[in-house]
Design a protein around this ligand. Sequence first.
Ligand SMILES: Cc1cc2nc3c(=O)[nH]c(=O)nc-3n(C[C@H](O)[C@H](O)[C@H](O)COP(=O)(O)OP(=O)(O)OC[C@H]3O[C@@H](n4cnc5c(N)ncnc54)[C@H](O)[C@@H]3O)c2cc1C
Length: 404
Amino acid sequence: MEFAFTDKMRGLQDQVRAFMEDEVLPAEPLYRDQVHASGNPYHHPQVMEDLKDKARSAGLWNLFLPDPEWGAGLSNLEYAPLAELMGRSVIGPEAFNCSAPDTGNMEVLTQFGTRAQQEEWLVPLLAGEIRSCFSMTEPEVASSDARNIQSRIERDGDQYVINGRKWWTSGAARERCKISIFMGKTDPDGEPYRQQSMILVPLDTRGVEHVRNLSVFGYDEGEGHSEMTFTDVRVPVSNLLQEEGDGFRIAQGRLGPGRIHHCMRLIGMAERAVELMCRRVVQRTAFGKPLARQGVIQNWIAESRCEIEQARLLVLKAAWMMDTVGNKAAKAEIAMIKIVAPRMAQQVIDRAIQAFGGAGVSQDTPLAQHYAHARTLRLADGPDEVHLMSLAKQELFRRVPHEG
Ligand SMILES: Cc1cc2nc3c(=O)[nH]c(=O)nc-3n(C[C@H](O)[C@H](O)[C@H](O)COP(=O)(O)OP(=O)(O)OC[C@H]3O[C@@H](n4cnc5c(N)ncnc54)[C@H](O)[C@@H]3O)c2cc1C
């Protein structure tokens, strides 16, 4: 394993760190105020456009995309510490055009899109002009097993007709979200992993309806996790990604990078929680001494440091393996980090909330929002149990091949 940072990596880290400290973190209250003032929780505030202009001018743009033709051409290992820094704020990734679910969708279009699909959708996404969403999960079926997805994509001449109900389509309610990558069945009687396909559905197509937006822990993060219906939605056959039956193959290509990006950002979120916790506990005194001198609080800080370092090393190993042996061979490591990083972040942020007392669950710190975010990542992109199952099967196969 080789994780040493090159001079180029250190330079980029310094730039992203400075941008986060000088531009993004100070913009958080203004971002909230501008969204609030608009009366629309999914409003795209001017402050975000200003941040994007600055990041683009500084060359800190599309850093997630390893393809040098379209993106910055960084490896996963080079990008990992940058994503970690961006993850310190929920508004950080978008400022660099590196936010979910767009990064996963842009990866799909880069790897699997035709030239025409790339011109129409990838180019404006890479320019930060529009946003996108990914519609796989359905309310009626256990979607952690994607074979259950029931929506239909049926060919009718030179069009596909799409019918289905989706929910948790993150980002669909955002003002600038224009396109969905939609998963559904083209061949319900086919071999289980060849029944599904993916197709591009512009959100202004007739028959696409927003039903409602789902809250997270009872409040709306502004992400716009939409429940949507698709009724006799017609798109040209040229909107299909790859061939009929390639849905699972594309999903695998999308989920590897998407998962590691989430994990990298969670490490940044956990780092910020420890930083906030340390600053707070030296300022507050209870029962005759600063909280920082209470053994239990010192334990929280030390345990958090150990857990962050463990998770980071595992994420760096996964990134290094994705770069050197490919996403498929790094399957176990990708499952491991998707299990470890959200749990770690949830635990660390929880300790910071406790150390802050009542303020920790209020709007006065980013901790409550970050906690909710970390918790949802134990479900989104596959629940913990599915990754544990996949990991156990791989381990069994390695040790006792006939059991795998
Ligand atoms: C904040 C958020 C954002 C999301 N964004 C998107 C998005 O943009 N696009 C999209 O398509 N989806 C999105 N999702 C949906 C997410 O991917 C699904 O919720 C997830 O895949 C689980 O599917 P489900 O909700 O149908 O749960 P189910 O499949 O009904 O599973 C319920 C529970 O069963 C358990 N379980 C499942 N399999 C096993 C097993 N093998 N062993 C033991 N226990 C098991 C798990 O605990 C699981 O949580 C998002 C979800 C959240 C919360």
